[in-house]
Design a binder for this molecule. Structure first.
Ligand code: NAD
Ligand code: MG
Length: 381
């Protein structure tokens, strides 16, 4: 069992819940990082007294340094400071940074030999091969925090065989626009897109859930985490978000993990694996839930899912490209600069903007990310 922990992205939705779990489990906090929210980070520093803290935004870091000058925490700045926190040598580094900014810190933590609790799915989408290869070389485990992947991981416990998994089934809530037609999606607003039916999450992933790009990213994440071909990963819309995902074995037996939709369950499991401890999370009452429904997604209306599948199947830098196009388009939509359906448009356009390179380095991933973001912005301006 781990004793100490670093939380990267500690001021976000997952980060805050991870610290709740850490407090209950009495983990020592070694490092905390944020992008710019120094008010929340200051409170966290005073409460958890980490050895290190970092703020990606240089100005905000300077502000935090003054605010916590009376504490023993060393404040670092910029993306290098965040990476240094990832290298703090904690037993586990929980990465809940949003977007590609999480990739270099994940690799830094792996190099140091810390176990990774991974919420930052963009890390595996853009740099899956590099991350998995370096984790294997270092003998480091990557434990999923994403609820679907935690459900699959939990459903695989006790599996000692080889080639006995038929398929993985990822469940999807369907987001706020499930059942809508493309014509109806044309006019949806930011406020409507931010109203997720079951989960309260950061803004970027909430929009990804509305476009269902989130499920496409998760398909790629699952393929890397579990070493399964994309063609053996299916998706089912399950509006109640109680069955968090399933594994189907060759004998057609299906094992699933269920629970109320509360991220503290997968967060805690990633930090206490293979053990389980009591949790303040609400007990699941299936009689109260009464009905669990499952439907096939509308792949035509929510085209992002199959665009991600296609990118993974093409391989090389395609997943990094669709991730970058989505990150940029998601941001432009949140800024009110483009419409909702411009997001899948941007993701599709990325296929023509990336070089079909299959032997690539980490620098190529970052270069692709940069150039696709630039090209995506130009698509609309
Ligand atoms: P969030 O926006 O609430 O928090 C993001 C965190 O990352 C914040 O602490 C922020 O300060 C930090 N950050 C942002 N940009 C940064 C940068 N450039 N450099 C360093 N730090 C930066 O997001 P969230 O909802 O907590 O999601 C975090 C990650 O977890 C995402 O990858 C998301 O897909 C994944 N995830 C979230 C949930 C959920 O329930 N929120 C569920 C599953 C997976
Ligand atoms: Mg998820």
């Amino acid at each position: 069992m781990i004793k100490n922990l670093a939380v990267l992205g500690s001021t976000g939705s997952i980060g805050v819940q991870a610290l709740e779990v850490a407090e209950l489990m009495e983990f020592k906090i070694e490092a905390l990082t944020a992008n710019s929210r120094t008010d929340i980070l200051e409170e966290q520093i005073r409460k958890f007294r980490p050895r290190l803290a970092a703020v990606a935004d240089e100005k905000a870091a300077a502000d935090l340094k003054i605010r916590v000058a009376d504490t023993s925490t060393t404040v670092l700045s910029g993306s290098k400071g965040v990476e240094e926190c990832a290298r703090c040598g904690a037993d586990s580094v929980l990465n809940s940074i949003v977007g590609i900014a999480g990739l270099a810190p994940t690799l830094a933590a792996i190099e140091t030999g810390s176990s990774i609790a991974l919420a930052n799915k963009e890390t595996l989408v853009a740099g899956g091969k590099i991350v998995m290869d370096s984790a294997a070389a270092k003998g480091v485990s990557i434990l999923p925090v994403d609820s679907e992947h935690s459900a699959i991981f939990q459903s695989l416990q006790g599996y000692r065989g080889k080639n006995q998994i038929k398929r993985l089934i990822l469940t999807a809530s369907g987001g706020p626009f499930f059942g809508k037609t493309r014509a109806e999606l044309e006019k949806v607003t930011l406020a409507q897109a931010l109203k997720h039916p079951n989960w309260s999450m950061g803004a970027k992933i909430t929009i990804d859930s509305a476009t269902m790009m989130n499920k496409g990213l998760e398909l790629i994440e699952a393929a890397w985490l579990f070493g399964i071909k994309a063609e053996n990963i299916d998706i089912l819309v399950h509006r109640q978000s109680i069955v968090h995902s399933l594994v189907e074995y060759v004998d057609n037996s299906v094992i699933a993990q269920l629970g109320v939709p509360d991220m503290r369950i997968p967060i805690q499991y990633a930090l206490t694996y293979p053990d389980r401890y009591q949790s303040p999370v609400k007990q699941l009452d299936l009689a109260e839930a009464a009905t669990l429904t499952f439907e096939r997604p509308d792949y035509e209306t929510f085209s992002c899912i199959n665009l991600c599948r296609r990118a993974f199947e093409k391989g090389g830098l395609y997943p990094a490209a669709v991730n970058a196009a989505n990150e940029k388009a998601n941001e432009l939509f949140r800024e009110g600069k483009i419409g909702f359906l411009d997001i899948p448009k941007a993701v599709e356009a990325a296929f023509d903007l990336v070089a079909p390179v299959y032997d690539y380095t980490l620098e190529d991933v970052f270069e692709t990310d940069k150039s696709i973001r630039f090209a995506t912005e130009r698509l609309f301006l």
